[in-house]
Every structure is written in structure tokens, then in C-alpha cells.
Design a protein. Structure first.
Length: 145
């Protein structure tokens, strides 16, 4: 389960994701479906992990979501999650738009710079505990109450 959740999600979907996607990763759906933002709640079905026990390292331990095919993950399409955001600081305003920097269909980082980057969400709050740019980021559109 994604350990970087800061506000509970209410909607999930199963999406195809890049190989090796781990839980908590920012993801964007393929361009054919309109580049919707989300956060992987489970690692992709074919993901593996390693564990060291004493002097031995065991690798190839299945770590993907139970019942998921390789390259698929359960994705939250709302809620807020902790991420480093390039350009963010303690003075970054709440509701500032956040954009995904992509390499092919893989999110490499989040930024405040729009440019050709697709929208990802909005700043919920600046956290800055473990890094100077850590923020809680709302995924998707914000609807005023």
C-alpha cells in the first residue's frame, strides 16, 4: 500500500503502468486515455523485491498487487500524497497547480512548471520535513465545496 498518502483516496481503478512501478509512485494513464493522473496503491503485478537475511540476499520475491497481471496496478485517482515537487518551497500557495514531468509514459518528477507537462494535481500543503520541496499533493481536479 502507498505509504506516502496524506489524505485518504475515495476512487480507485486498475491501470496499465510501466514495468517496475512500485506502490506510492506518481503515474499518468497512457495518452490514448487522456493522460489522467493517479498514484499506484499497489506495485505492478510483476514487481519483485529483495530481502537480506543475515549474510544472504534473497531476490525475486513477488511484490506486485495480488491478482494483478504484470504491468497493471491499482491506482488512486483522488486523495493527496507526499511527493517532492520541483520549485516548491514554504511560500508555495495552497492550490498551486502541479504538473508531471514524463519520459515516455513514466512520471520522472513533479514540478510547478507547466510547459508541455500534463496537469497532475494541486498543492495541498508544504511539508518540507525530509526535503526542501516535499509537499502533500492533491491528485486530479479540485472541486470547491
Amino acid at each position: 500500500m502507498a505509504l506516502n498518502m496524506t489524505r485518504k483516496y475515495t476512487k480507485t481503478e486498475v491501470w496499465p503502468v510501466p514495468d517496475g512501478t512500485l506502490s506510492g509512485a506518481a503515474v499518468v494513464s497512457s495518452s490514448a486515455s487522456g493522460r489522467r493522473p493517479g498514484v499506484a496503491l499497489t506495485s505492478e503485478g510483476g514487481a519483485t523485491r529483495s530481502e537480506t537475511v543475515g549474510p544472504y540476499t534473497i531476490s525475486g520475491i513477488p511484490a506486485g498487487g495480488v491478482g494483478l497481471l504484470d504491468s497493471f496496478a491499482t491506482v488512486a485517482i483522488d486523495g493527496a500524497f507526499r511527493f517532492p515537487v520541483t520549485g516548491a518551497s514554504a511560500s508555495t500557495a495552497v492550490n498551486t497547480p502541479v504538473y508531471a514531468v514524463l519520459s515516455t509514459d513514466t512520471v520522472t518528477s513533479l514540478t510547478l512548471t507547466a510547459s508541455t507537462n500534463p496537469p497532475f494535481g494541486y498543492i495541498d500543503r508544504f511539508i518540507g520535513e525530509s526535503g526542501t520541496t516535499d509537499c502533500s499533493v492533491w491528485v486530479g481536479d479540485i472541486v470547491d465545496a
